[in-house]
Design a protein around this ligand. Structure first.
Ligand SMILES: NC(=O)c1ccc[n+]([C@@H]2O[C@H](COP(=O)([O-])OP(=O)(O)OC[C@H]3O[C@@H](n4cnc5c(N)ncnc54)[C@H](OP(=O)(O)O)[C@@H]3O)[C@@H](O)[C@H]2O)c1
Length: 256
């Protein structure tokens, strides 16, 4: 399917766009002719990306400094993007952090930091976007970036996996509540994707052992998410809501 004509001209808000998967999605959307609001804490990285994507003179990219753990800052950020682009079509809940550590020694402030970004932050972004869409009397597509760790278990990642399990359930609950507003809510559940979040892990012995449990025997690349992402971002998925799509080389269905 050619998603280009479907995504062209859409306005898309992406959190966590200063790095990894979010940065990749921003480039993908811009290349296909969408307008992109890129949000994260590292404003310098966002400015560089904004300058790169606006280099042709189109000014279709807007950088917004945003900490999703600061709930009060989220709605103004979404409204700024809506104002600049004259509306929003897609909001991508991608910002995330993934510290590791055994549960038995986990400091509660580290647990709180992960949940504040990955779950509370995602909920705050989702609800702020939905209020704007309700006000504008137009639907929208919310895409949550969950993880296969929200569907299965591994050791040493409990706050992260708990937060992503919350994102999975949040996706289904919000889908149920928001069809009446024309808002579709779906999630991608990536497996291990090579980004700054995971790069060091995959050169470690533990990481190499993990690789052997992926049926396709390779770590994912951000581009492996393109098809499922564009599906959820466009009318190609107009009859989909509440779906959680693993994109993982078969990792969640590996043999017991
Ligand atoms: N890589 C994988 O294997 C994998 C697998 C499954 C799911 N995921 C999920 O995919 C998403 C992106 O991860 P990634 O692999 O691309 O990691 P990454 O390269 O570390 O990028 C994480 C992004 O989140 C942003 N972020 C972190 N805390 C934030 C906060 N408080 N407010 C706003 N932005 C914040 C970071 O920007 P700043 O530091 O500039 O704020 C950065 O842009 C995450 O939700 C992650 O859990 C990744």
């Amino acid at each position: 399917m050619d998603f280009g004509p479907l995504i062209k001209g859409k306005s898309i808000f992406i959190t966590g766009a200063s790095s990894g998967i979010g940065e990749h999605f921003a480039r993908l959307c811009a290349r296909l002719g969408a307008r992109v609001a890129i949000a994260a804490r590292r404003v310098d990285a966002l400015r560089d990306l904004e300058n790169e994507l606006n280099a042709g003179g189109a000014a279709n990219t807007l950088a917004i400094g945003l900490d999703v753990a600061d709930a009060a800052a989220i709605e103004p950020a979404i409204r700024a993007a809506r104002q600049k682009f004259g509306g929003l079509d897609v909001v991508v809940n991608n910002a995330g952090v993934a510290p590791d550590g055994a549960a038995i020694d986990m400091p509660m402030d580290r647990f709180d930091q992960v949940l504040d970004v990955n779950l509370r932050g995602a909920y705050a972004v989702a609800t702020a976007a939905a209020r704007v869409w309700r006000e504008d009397k137009r639907g929208g597509s919310l895409i949550n970036i969950a993880s296969i760790l929200g569907l299965r278990q591994a050791t040493g990642v409990s706050p992260y996996a708990i937060s992503k399990a919350g994102v999975v359930q949040m996706t289904k609950l919000l889908a149920l509540e928001w069809t009446r507003y024309g808002i579709r809510v779906n999630a991608l559940a990536p497996g291990y994707i090579d980004t700054p979040m995971t790069h060091d892990y995959f050169v470690s012995d533990h990481g190499k052992a993990t690789l052997n449990r992926i049926p396709m025997r390779r770590i994912g690349r951000a581009e492996d998410l393109d098809g499922p992402f564009l599906l959820l971002a466009t009318e190609a998925s107009s009859y989909m809501t509440g779906a959680v799509i693993p994109v993982d080389g078969g990792h969640v269905v590996n043999s017991l």
